[in-house]
Design a protein around this ligand. Sequence first.
Ligand SMILES: *Cc1c(COP(=O)(O)O)cnc(C)c1O
Length: 401
Amino acid sequence: MKKRPNDKEPQRPRGMSTRLIHGRRAPIPRNHPTATPIYQTANFLFDDTEQLRQLHEGGEDLYLYTRLRNPTLDSAASRLAEAEGAEAALLASSGLGAISTTCLALLSKGDHLLSIGNLYGGTFRLFRDHLPRFGIEVDLFPVDSPDEAEKAIRENTRMLYLESPTNPTLAIADLKAYAAIARRHNLISVIDSTFASPVNQRPLQSGIDIVVHSATKYLGGHSDLVCGVVAGGGPNFGKIRRASAILGASADPHTAFLLERGLKTLVARVERQNRSALEIAHHLEGHPGVRRVYYPGLESHPQHALARSQMDGFGGMITFEVEGELEGATRVIDRLRWIGNGASLGGVESLAAAPVLTSQRGWPREELKKAGVTHGMIRLSVGLEETADLITDLDQALAAS
Ligand SMILES: *Cc1c(COP(=O)(O)O)cnc(C)c1O
């Protein structure tokens, strides 16, 4: 509360409205609450102008305005930096908010962005429909081909953009190989590590510069928030932080609270999802109704050795292909009982979706072919239900096909 140096016994204001707005409130506690409080406030007050000056001189424990910084956001972000082994992290209003902020902060007119082609649908549209409007050129290369990426580098190439594992075919980007290419050619390497979560993969340790996540997925983990993360360090991260304050895709305190709550159980959730998904993938691989299973933890996965070398677990996402094209896939999805029919992932509840109806909806056949996406594909996000129950559910749905 505002100090009144010349006023030992402050006068009580007369009006009720003034008292309700400025009346005494409980002091800020001296000891920490177990859970971080939700600083649900747009702005912060100063004791005096000197304190505002201190803030501008870098006072870390002083706050001005929530779009710029907020203690609840800082708290969740610092735990995420810890998880990624990053110098720092920041929260964004969504995964795409994190990705667009990163691109707009680091790329300028005339720059060239090199990206894997097997992108999350929203990121694909950002790169295809929006960045070119700002004079940023985008070229795509196959995720499993560092050689092709290196050949496509031009004089104006600034950024190398990756996802691993990819959606929905769960292909793996060789993190060390791409990080080396980026270093050789002085490019900023960025990876969307949503599918892996920091439990299964910490790309900064392989030399990648910036990691982004849709925190909506595993980090939050309960399908009840939309949020994004950028983690990294050095001058490039500084640029992203400064741009983020102006581009305005910042997260809100309540979301940050939910995210931090989710983070406390991240390891327990993801480890269980890893185990469950591996068991389900093995089961599906032996199922007569399944044509092919895409899961990096299976020895049949073409990049299994690479996945093993750079991941601590293979994640909770499985894609499999059934007979009968889209009709076959929808028949299976519609017969599932516990496994929900929904497009997101990474939550406690298992979800199944046909990529051609969700992430790759409306793509021309040629684009689908390039991305390796087929009409008979089902993408499964393995939740925290009993593995045996999930297998029973899949078996009964597949039996009918
Ligand atoms: C969901 C998702 C995004 C986008 O995140 P939002 O939080 O929905 O904006 C980006 N990348 C991947 C891999 C995703 O799964």
